[in-house]
Design a binder for this molecule. Sequence first.
Ligand SMILES: *Cc1c(COP(=O)(O)O)cnc(C)c1O
Length: 407
Amino acid sequence: MKKIKLQKKHYQNLPNKAGFFGEYGGQFVPPQLKKALEEVTAAYEIAKRDPDFQKEYQTLLTDYVGRPSPLFFAKNLTEKLGGAKIYLKREDLNHTGAHKINHCLGEALLAKKMGKKKLIAETGAGQHGVALATAATLMGLECEIHMGEIDVVKQYPNVLRMQLLGAKVITVKSGGRCLKDAVDSAFAAYLNDYKNTFFGIGSIVGPHPYPMMVRDFQSVVGKEAHKQILLKENKLPDYLVACVGGGSNAMGLFHAFLNDKQVQMIGVEPAGKSFKPGDHAATLTLGKPGTLHGMFTYLLQDKKGKPSRVHSIASGLDYPGVGPQHAYLKDQTRAKYVTINDKEALEAFLFLSKIEGIIPALESAHAIAYAMKLAPTLAKNKVILVNLSGRGDKDLDYVGKLLKINE
Ligand SMILES: *Cc1c(COP(=O)(O)O)cnc(C)c1O
């Protein structure tokens, strides 16, 4: 956890060949899975340099997803808070309603080039499952999505969506019946048939090459935002703010700005109901380094070293691990990680809906809530750029029930 002196471009050159960001990341998997991952790495390295692959991917982002997503100046919100200017990167306007489609299309395209027949993945909020099922359908691939039983109930419309898109949804009843258990179950299914299948991980987590590959596919968010903010403000933002579950939307935004020293980066973790074990998923804030799902990273663990149960009002954030690149950026102090609890996230969800006419995902509401705290403490010429990772349609049922209970 020592701070190493860095050369310019260093941050954007990571990970190294073995998939390490400093001491984090790597590929901690059984030998038979290592073979499968080496195949994925080799195929991805070729695709990364293949102009035809990149062109096909770009065309999908433009014509199918609707990119570039707008960078919206939230004037009402800014004026109400009376401090820094707040801009929203509108990933909620993407086809399927969140940033996840960016990497799902990349993964599905790669799977197809590799001659795979089927995509397997886990999902938390169901957003990744929907995005992957969508990409699979588009590419003519089969799709099998593993989802914790609690999330199946909480996010039923997304289960229905996946089924309509032709995916098979597997309800996972083991452990805490949440995202972590869904990952375990999906990994096992992949190991059973890795010759014909491609594992479509839903964030910048898991063994190498996933943290790098998913980040590369998501980095379009930051590349666009970098250009857009320069056009609008004639300078770079003072702060980037994004919620962190596995960390893909945050890293997608951060990556293009890593070498711009003046830009401060803030990842927002879910503090849930309290800071007691099991009540939150603030991995970088309260966790310790360890190994999970094939990577070395910060983890929330119990006394026996098992992954802790986690909770967040936002299903997409309740994961006891985090992408290894975030672990590295935290230790290097290049990014800062803060927390927002369920209540603050819900308030921000309601506030943004009323003031800007934008209903954010509960995940994204964590980033909004932190920006709402930060903006009034800053001068009016400062700029905060928030990644609005997704829309809140999927959360309406759940929020409706919560509000009734609180009445
Ligand atoms: C899944 C999801 C997240 C959390 O995933 P990251 O990998 O941390 O980005 C955040 N926002 C939305 C809308 C999601 O669907």
